[in-house]
Design a binder for this molecule. Structure first.
Ligand SMILES: N[C@@H](CCC(=O)N[C@@H](CS)C(=O)NCC(=O)O)C(=O)O
Length: 197
């Protein structure tokens, strides 16, 4: 498998982490966004959105972390990461909706504005970030994992931008349940880190 990747991207990190937890070897191909490689015709042929990550599994090309994680979980993860039982699948999907929305528009956006000089409304992003941290803290105070009694795609999906929240000016000191959950993820067999996590 080949992953078109960027080391500092939390979106790409989700996929690298899942691949490692699944024990799947991968060849990483760094895409230089700063040099506009993602806007070159060869890359747009892989992903018309011009974004990383993109996975190429022996000629099967899929883009977007949600789609890639779904593919990998169902291909190599049995019933563990994204169960096929309707209720348990829905339990995982509702937290993946949080990954797609609040963690992205709150935590991830605050990070790129505060730490990487991207334009945008930091206060607005932090407000959304604080709201999602509150939701996660409440859930994780009562449960070890977000969706099911074990780690699933829901946890791996939400993890990167929560663990990087400090870079968006949102330290996690007041979120003990989130900190315990981060430690739990870090102790999983096959865990790999990224800079800042
Ligand atoms: N929803 C997409 C978001 C991917 C995304 O925003 N990737 C960023 C890097 S973190 C990117 O490639 N940005 C370049 C661009 O949009 O031009 C996913 O989950 O894969």
């Amino acid at each position: 498998m080949k992953l078109y990747d960027l080391e500092l991207s939390g979106n790409c990190y989700r996929v690298r982490l899942l691949l490692s937890l699944l024990g799947q070897p991968v060849q990483l191909v760094n895409v230089n966004l700063g040099a506009g490689e993602n806007r070159q015709p060869w890359f747009l042929a892989l992903n018309p959105r011009g974004q990383v990550p993109v996975l190429d599994d022996d000629g099967f090309v899929v883009w977007d972390t949600l789609a890639i994680m779904t593919y990998l979980a169902r291909k190599a993860g049995g019933e563990k990461w994204l169960p096929s039982d309707p209720k348990n699948m829905a339990r995982v999907m509702q937290w993946l909706a949080v990954m797609e929305n609040e963690t992205q528009y709150g935590l991830a956006r605050a990070r790129v504005i505060a730490s990487m000089g991207f334009p945008g409304n930091l206060e607005e992003a932090q407000k959304i970030g604080l709201r999602v941290l509150g939701i996660l803290e409440a859930r994780l105070t009562a449960h070890d994992w977000l969706a099911l009694p074990h780690c699933t795609l829901a946890d791996i999906g939400c993890f990167p931008y929560v663990a990087l929240a400090r870079q968006g000016g949102l330290p996690l000191d007041d979120y003990p349940a989130i900190l315990r959950w981060i430690a739990r993820i870090k102790s999983l067999q096959g865990y790999v880190a990224m800079p800042g996590v």
